[in-house]
Design a protein around this ligand. Structure first.
Ligand code: PLP
Length: 384
């Protein structure tokens, strides 16, 4: 199988991740508890170690500011529903994944909040446009760092400065950038950073994290309430971080694997990993330029690109048909359709059929991409 669907979840994972999942499951899979037996305490230490690793990797304020989540969607919901109050205004963009746009739209439709959706140009959102959308009622600016459809990387440093100057909170969806594009929380005033553990950080599915910075301390509500492994006498969710946002038995096995994934990425560095993916995507861009009927969606700027790219397909064959043939006849996995991001497809004119998305990883080779492009050439030769 040639796997070009890493924007959905990365595959394969580094060997060290597989080894750790196996080792941990066989030796250490107790329920973490600070006051428990040695095995539970060892499991708790794993959570702490990975929190430290996340904090170091993204240069956060403190390890306790990281709460483990089920995925990026969970982290985004935690921040969005945790801080918004009736009457608030939210700014988002047309690049958002449904994991931002749906919770916000639901609150908007219920008449509880108002929202402004900033329109991107060629896949990029301008900091001035975000700043212009902010009103005195804006409580939250929620937006993606890198588009999961186009791979375009947004200027979050300039956006973060504009949001901070306004007093609003900033939530960044790092689903497509964590591990691929450097993010420095000390240098960039981001209040919430939501990320999956299972994409560019190479943990297993079922992992994710939310960073909640100091400005969130007095405003965020607990997303779920329940057991935290300590402070059991308290009638209410203990306010101690990170347990405040982490009720219930955590996915400690997944987090153990995630720890190895973060170490693997840190050793190589996001810049090197992104460079490899962008070089592979350049191959796709060059092929599309010389292939009749194919067109790259959005502006291709390798300096501001993460590891995903979508293509308009030739007339007469839909992205879904192409992906189906690639899968069944060529053993190649790609992602057709709307990619859970319908607004940007409306902007691009690719709604409702969507586009064909290719997303390589550090494990993808130039030959893998060449085989995929040859297959696309062969399939479309029959219909054009
Ligand atoms: C931009 C973006 N945001 C959020 C998500 C949701 O991530 P998860 O699958 O970890 O919930 C995705 C998933 O593809 C995404 O691409």
């Amino acid at each position: 199988m040639i796997y070009l669907d890493n924007a959905a979840t990365s595959f394969p994972k580094p060997e060290a991740v597989y080894r750790e999942l196996d080792r941990f499951a066989r030796t250490s899979l107790a329920n973490p508890g600070r006051a428990g037996h040695r095995m539970a305490m060892a499991a708790e230490k794993t959570l702490d170690d990975v929190r430290h690793a996340l904090n170091q990797f993204f240069r956060g304020d403190a390890p306790e500011r990281w709460a483990f989540t089920l995925n990026c969607t969970d982290a985004l919901n935690m921040a969005i529903k945790g801080v918004l109050n009736d009457g608030d205004h939210v700014v988002l963009t047309d690049l958002e994944h449904n994991s931002i746009s749906r919770p916000i739209r639901a609150l908007e439709k219920a008449g509880r909040i108002t929202a402004t959706r900033v329109v991107s140009r060629d896949g990029y959102v301008a900091a001035e446009d975000v700043a212009a959308a902010i009103t005195p009622k804006t409580r939250l600016v929620a937006m993606t760092h890198a588009s999961n459809v186009l791979g375009t990387v947004q200027p979050i440093e300039a956006i973060a400065r504009a949001v901070r100057a306004s007093g609003a909170l900033l939530l960044i969806d790092a689903a497509q950038s964590a591990g691929v594009v450097p993010i420095d929380l000390k240098a960039t005033p981001i209040d919430f950073l939501a990320l999956p553990g299972h994409k560019g950080l190479y943990g297993p599915t079922g992992t994710g994290a939310l960073y909640a910075g100091p400005r969130a301390d007095d405003v965020i509500r607990a997303w779920r309430e329940g057991g935290t492994g300590g402070d059991s006498s308290s009638e209410l969710q203990p306010s101690l971080r990170p347990y405040f946002l982490e009720a219930g038995s955590p996915n400690v096995l997944g987090v153990a694997g995630l720890g190895r994934g973060i170490a693997w990425v840190a050793e190589r560095g996001p810049d090197a990993l992104r460079k490899h993916e962008v070089e592979l995507l350049q191959q796709v861009v060059d092929w599309a330029d010389r292939s009749e009927g194919w067109r790259v969606a959005g502006l291709w700027d390798p300096e501001r690109h993460a590891g995903a790219l979508s293509l308009f397909t030739p007339e007469g064959i839909s992205p879904q048909e192409l992906a189906g043939i690639l899968d069944v006849s060529f053993d190649i996995a790609v992602r057709p359709g709307l990619h859970c991001a319908p607004y940007i497809h409306r902007n691009l004119g690719s709604f409702p059929d969507g586009l064909l998305r290719l997303s390589p990883s550090p494990f993808t080779t130039a030959d893998d991409v060449a085989q995929c492009l040859e297959a696309l050439t062969a399939i479309t030769a029959g219909v054009m």
